[in-house]
Design a protein around this ligand. Structure first.
Ligand SMILES: NC(=O)c1ccc[n+]([C@@H]2O[C@H](COP(=O)([O-])OP(=O)(O)OC[C@H]3O[C@@H](n4cnc5c(N)ncnc54)[C@H](O)[C@@H]3O)[C@@H](O)[C@H]2O)c1
Length: 334
C-alpha cells in the first residue's frame, strides 16, 4: 500500500517509521514547512510536496496519514477522500462535531476507509481488560476511573504557535493529552449520556486552554466514570485506568495490568504485539493500529477504530468543556 503523510512534525515522523516497518511504502510527504517535509521524505526515499493537491496529482497514493495540527484534521482527511484515498487520521478526529460530521459524510459518500488513531486500545493489558469485560469476568461494569496526571513544562506550549490555542489545539490537557485515556474509559463503559465537569488553568501562562480537567461521566448502562486530565501534575505519571464491576476489578498502571481480581477466575491471556524488538509497547500499539487499518482496507471491512468511535470521544471532551463553562451537567445526544 502506497502512503502519503500530511504533516511531518513529531507524530508525522512516528507515522513514517510505522509505514516503513510494515508492508507499505511512503511515497510522499506534505508539509507547509518544505525543509521539514523534505528531510523526512529523504530519509524514507519519498518525495516532498508543499500541498496535498500536488502530491495527489503527481503520485499514485492509496492511503493518507493525517498528522497536521488538530483543527486541520477533517479538512485534510476530506481532501484525501475526495482524491480517492483511504485515511488514517490522528486524534482528536478534529476539534468540533461539525467537522467530525463533515468527515463522516465524506467517508460514507466515497465508501473509502477512515480510522482515527487511538493506539492505546491496542496495548495488550488494555485489550485484556476489554476482553475481561466482554467475557463477563468483571460482571456488570459499575464504574471506571481514567487518570491522566501528566506534566508539560511551559516551554511545551511556548515552542509551537498552535499548542494551547483554542482555534487549532481546540483544548488543552483533555483535548490533546487526556483524550487517550478518556477514549479507553468510553471504550470500556459504553455510551456516555451525561457529563458534569470543571476545568482550570493553574500552572501555565499565555495559553487559552485548560491544563486541568475533572469530570463525572454517567453512561447509558448506569455506570459512573471519573476522569482527571492534567498537564500540571509534576513530574507526570503514566495513564492509570481502573475498571470496577460487581464481579471484579482491573487496573492498568504504568502500561501493565497492575491489578486483576475476579470472582470468576484469571484474566484473559495477554496478546503479544508484533514488531521490532527495541520498540516500546505504545509504539508497537501504534504499529498494530496501522496494521489493522491496512487489513481493513484490503479486506473491505470497518477498521477497529472507526470515525464514529473517534466522534464519541470528541463529543465527550466537548461536553466536559461545555459543562465547565456553564456550571451545569450536559446531556449527550446521539
Ligand atoms: N497519537 C498520539 O499519541 C499523538 C502524539 C502526538 C501528536 N498527536 C496528534 O498529531 C497531530 C500533530 O501533532 P504534532 O505533535 O506532530 O505537531 P507538530 O507541530 O510537531 O507537527 C505538525 C506539522 O504539520 C505541519 N503543518 C501545519 N499546517 C499544515 C498544513 N496546512 N499543511 C501541511 N502541513 C502543515 C507543520 O509544519 C508541522 O510540521 C495533533 O493533532 C496531535 O493531537 C498524536
Amino acid at each position: 500500500m502506497r502512503f502519503a503523510l500530511i504533516g511531518a512534525g513529531a507524530i508525522g515522523t512516528v507515522h513514517a517509521r510505522l509505514i516503513d516497518a510494515l508492508e507499505a511504502t511512503l511515497v510522499a510527504v506534505v508539509d507547509q514547512d518544505l525543509e521539514r517535509g523534505a528531510q523526512l521524505a529523504e530519509h524514507y526515499g519519498a518525495k516532498p510536496y508543499a500541498t496535498a493537491a500536488e502530491a495527489y496529482a503527481a503520485e499514485e497514493i492509496d492511503a493518507v496519514g493525517v498528522c497536521v495540527p488538530s483543527a486541520l484534521h477533517a479538512d485534510a482527511a476530506i481532501e484525501a477522500l475526495q482524491a480517492g484515498k483511504h485515511v488514517i487520521v490522528e486524534k482528536p478526529v478534529d476539534i468540533t462535531l461539525e467537522a467530525a460530521d463533515r468527515l463522516i459524510v465524506a467517508e460514507r459518500k466515497t465508501g473509502l476507509t477512515v480510522s482515527v488513531i487511538s493506539q492505546r486500545r491496542f496495548q495488550p493489558p488494555v485489550a485484556q481488560i476489554r476482553a475481561a469485560i466482554d467475557g463477563g469476568s468483571l460482571g456488570r461494569v459499575t464504574s471506571g476511573i481514567a487518570e491522566s496526571a501528566f506534566f508539560r513544562p511551559q516551554s511545551y506550549y511556548d515552542g509551537d504557535d498552535w499548542r494551547g490555542t483554542l482555534a487549532v489545539d481546540g483544548g488543552g490537557a483533555l483535548m490533546n493529552q487526556g483524550i487517550h485515556a478518556l477514549d479507553l474509559l468510553v471504550w470500556m463503559l459504553g455510551k456516555p449520556v451525561r457529563v458534569s465537569a470543571e476545568t482550570g488553568r493553574l500552572a501555565h501562562k499565555g495559553i487559552e486552554v485548560e491544563d486541568l480537567a475533572g469530570a463525572t461521566i454517567v453512561f447509558e448502562s448506569g455506570a459512573i466514570g471519573l476522569m482527571l486530565a492534567s498537564t500540571a501534575a509534576y513530574p507526570g505519571r503514566p495513564v492509570r485506568l481502573t475498571i470496577h464491576g460487581d464481579q471484579g476489578t482491573a487496573v492498568l498502571d504504568d502500561d501493565v495490568l497492575a491489578y486483576f481480581a475476579s470472582a470468576n477466575g484469571q484474566p484473559p491471556e495477554a496478546a503479544t504485539l508484533e514488531g521490532p524488538e527495541d520498540w516500546s509497547e505504545v509504539e508497537l500499539a501504534h504499529l498494530a493500529q496501522y496494521r489493522d487499518f491496512i487489513a481493513a482496507v484490503r479486506e473491505d471491512r470497518p477498521p477497529a477504530i472507526t470515525l464514529e468511535a473517534g466522534r464519541r470521544s470528541l463529543a465527550t471532551v466537548l461536553a466536559v468543556y461545555e459543562s465547565a463553562r456553564t456550571g451545569r451537567p450536559v446531556e449527550l445526544e446521539d
